[in-house]
Design a protein around this ligand. Sequence first.
Ligand SMILES: Cc1cc2nc3c(=O)[nH]c(=O)nc-3n(C[C@H](O)[C@H](O)[C@H](O)COP(=O)(O)O)c2cc1C
Length: 303
Amino acid sequence: MRVITPGEVETKDLHQFILGAVAPRPIAFVSTIDDDGIPNIAPYSFFNAFSSNPPVLVFSSNRRVADNTTKDTLHNVELNQELVVNVVNYEIVHQMALASISYPSDIDEFAKSGLTPIPADLVKPFRIKESPAHFECKVSEIITLGNHGGAGHLIICNVLRMHVCESVIDDKNRINPHKMDLVGRMGRSHYVRAQGEAVFDLYQSVMKPALGFDSLPKHILNSNVLSGSDIAKMAGLYKFPDVNELADLMKNNHDLKSVFSSAESSDNILIDNLHRLVKNTIDDGRIEEAFQIAMSYESVLNN
Ligand SMILES: Cc1cc2nc3c(=O)[nH]c(=O)nc-3n(C[C@H](O)[C@H](O)[C@H](O)COP(=O)(O)O)c2cc1C
């Protein structure tokens, strides 16, 4: 693997390696206002949510690597501690890019980007009408991480009120990710769109203890056929198949019967054939059955 040690590479290169590896990042489209009432909007992808109670968002406004200057967003929140974080969907990504240009402080990026300012309820900065979700925030703390180009200022924001566009909320009161259609920032000019096949569901209970890799027999863990991801799907189940389930399987699953009946002298070939059947069953989404097939090897051995 490439070894990269801070201090031994130029900051601009380290910056790009960090951006390429810590990705995709959500984008806070931050709206602030200065003391003369000039609005400012700029995207920040060193951003995330860190607490729900109290609700806290954090983003980092960095010193520019090229000339070590700081940004208008930081200046504005230092002045009045108020901001609105707006999320970025695919529909507004090009307008967001326009707003990211370093215009002089007296330039209104709403006018430059063609986005529409609408009033917030509890803070002075405007919300961005075209964004599907807005967080009105009060800054509780700014943590300065350094004085050189590239150094961040962590801007810790307490959420006072959230607004979510009705059209992205489904009838179970949940945000539908496909309707949100958010974009994330990757390295350099790469972005990702959370839409279609890029969005997938992965169910795993966080409370109920699953079997885990270390409970599984060696032939599964050392498989030539099953990937780590295949094994993880079985390790995520909560119990081993019982004798009745295995007996039914051996009676009714013809593919399994043919694996065992065509068993050649080599145990390894039998295991590979068995694992191919396990893999196909996993690919069909029948994880419990796949695990039963995998565990049938034990039951055959024990009989
Ligand atoms: C998608 C995207 C994400 C960005 N993320 C950050 C970031 O996390 N921190 C940062 O300092 N600058 C970031 N930038 C650059 C700022 O948006 C840019 O410097 C902008 O001009 C700052 O505007 P301001 O001076 O009005 O605050 C990002 C730019 C883009 C396009």
